[in-house]
Ligand binder design. Structure first.
Ligand code: PLP
Length: 475
């Protein structure tokens, strides 16, 4: 593709995306395709001879769009939001166009330094302590996901706890244990398996009435493990659990970690970005004093396209100690000077693309004030929805909802709630998901979309309310 052809097709692609954003509201939120339907429309073999780019865009309309669940639909309320915005999408294009690879400072200096700088900005916006920045002992790194942030920080914690032995000799089976709450994201168990600790090394700590980790139960579990000769390596606290949005008491968990020498990682994948608003910064209580590492995903609720996890560590030496391997073919004078960051030592892959451009563009376009407006707008909409549910005596709100996630249920059994969720989603006008709260089925409405407005949330409530009567009426 020549530069002239790229210009022509590039304009068409930008128009296509802008048209998609304008019309996405008219599409059914949840895809209606059946399994295999998308593949059945694709040619069995790849083309032998190149095709015009316009035929790909035709197939986007004909095959791909009908085969999607539309995360950018303003009435997408399932799981958690996935950020998308003009500045993030355009910066992604810049990143692709540059095609640089920032494994070493030397391999793309601006890629590394912009990442350091933008993550220092983000640390400041979130009120994280200076030791999580490059002016302190730590710093931030972009990972693809919160799960990868869990993995690299657990490796760093193992490195610290074993004084380097794990990196050299591997895991002593049965020796090391890690802790999180019963409400934590399931990715933590996966990470324990990947590190070789195994699922049996994970202690799932009970929660308090508000579904946050019980620090007394944590202490009891640690005491027991230590008495049996095991080493507590890491505790993962969650700020905004996936299921209900519960916020673990980091300020109470931190002292327990200190007492037992365990690394404290804070997983704030979904909710952490809310801390850019001073009135919501309470969610980070204890992080500045006690956390060894912290991760949040601007690609969820901060208008930034996938994939973008911002992972901060207080001691960058523990991370690079766990992960750095230096082959001859990557040796260079900048690395040897010790004056630069080589991000390949902060992550699992060697190669990395220029993702910092996305958050740079988002922060510069919206400004900190614009980002705070987005968070506040979403929180206000969720509070409005929770108010409607709470004021209707057919329903119960099932968990605290200080941010943008509301879990609720129609009074009655699980079956009627499953039927309600299925009926509401089958309208194609909204998409909500579900969870279990203390063992009972709950509907879950998560707000965070770029285009979600009051009218969309009002329609969601109208549909829930209307279908509640229909599903609750015996046939
Ligand atoms: N942690 C929390 C609290 C989450 O809400 C999620 C999202 O499901 C995850 C971790 C996993 O995120 P990722 O897809 O970035 O690994």
């Amino acid at each position: 593709m020549t530069a002239a052809q790229f210009r022509e097709h590039g304009r068409a692609v930008v128009d296509w995306v802008a048209d998609y954003w304008e019309r996405v509201e008219s599409l059914p939120v949840l895809s209606t395709v059946t399994p295999g339907e998308v593949r059945a429309q694709l040619p069995r073999f790849p083309p032998e001879v190149g095709e015009p780019f316009s035929s790909l865009l035709d197939d986007m309309d004909r095959i791909i769009v009908p085969g999607l669940t539309h995360w950018q639909h303003p009435s997408f309320f399932a799981y958690y939001p996935t950020g998308a915005s003009g500045p993030a999408a355009l910066a992604d294009l810049l990143s692709s166009g540059l095609g640089v690879q920032g494994m070493l400072w030397q391999s793309a200096p601006a890629c590394t330094e912009l990442e350091q700088h933008v993550l220092d900005w983000l640390a400041g916006l979130l009120g994280l302590p200076e030791r999580f920045t490059f002016s302190g002992t730590g710093g931030g790194v972009i990972q693809d996901s919160a799960s990868t942030a869990m993995l690299v920080t657990l490796l760093a914690a193992l490195h610290r706890a074993s004084r380097g032995r794990v990196a050299r000799d591997g895991i002593d089976r049965g020796r090391y244990v890690v802790y999180t709450s019963t409400e934590a994201n399931h990715g933590f168990e996966k990470v324990a398996r990947i590190t070789g600790l195994g699922a049996s090394a994970v202690r799932f700590i009970d929660t308090r009435a508000d579904l946050s980790m019980d620090p007394r139960a944590l202490r009891t579990a640690m005491e027991h493990d230590v008495a049996e000769g095991r080493t507590p390596v890491l505790v993962m606290a969650t700020v905004g659990t996936t299921s209900t949005g519960a916020v673990d008491p980091v300020q109470l968990i931190g002292p327990v970690c200190r007492e037992y020498g365990a690394w404290l990682h804070v997983d704030a994948a979904h909710a952490g970005v809310a801390a850019i608003c001073p009135e919501l910064r309470w969610i980070h209580a204890g992080v500045a004093e006690f956390a060894d590492s912290y991760a949040t995903n601007p690609h969820k609720w901060l208008l930034t396209t996938l994939d973008f996890d911002a992972c901060f560590v207080a001691d960058r030496g523990a991370l690079t100690g766990a992960l750095a391997v230096l082959p001859e073919y990557l040796r260079n004078s900048a690395s040897e000077s010790g004056a630069v960051v080589d991000y390949r030592d902060w992550q699992v892959p060697v190669g990395r693309r220029f993702r910092a451009l996305k958050l740079w563009a988002v922060i510069r376009w919206y400004g900190a004030a614009g980002l705070r407006d987005h968070i506040r707008h979403c929180v206000a909409l969720a509070q409005q929805f929770a108010f409607w549910v709470g004021a209707d005596d057919r329903f119960d709100v099932l968990a605290p909802h200080p941010l943008s996630l509301v879990c609720f249920r129609l009074r009655g059994g699980d079956e009627v709630n499953r039927a309600l969720l299925a009926a509401v989603n089958a309208t194609g006008r909204v998409f909500l998901s579900h969870t279990k709260v203390r063992g009972t089925f709950a509907l879950r409405l998560a707000i965070g979309g770029t285009a979600t407005r009051h009218e969309h949330v009002a329609t969601a409530w109208a549909l829930v309310s209307e279908w509640a009567d229909i599903v609750a009426t015996p046939r």
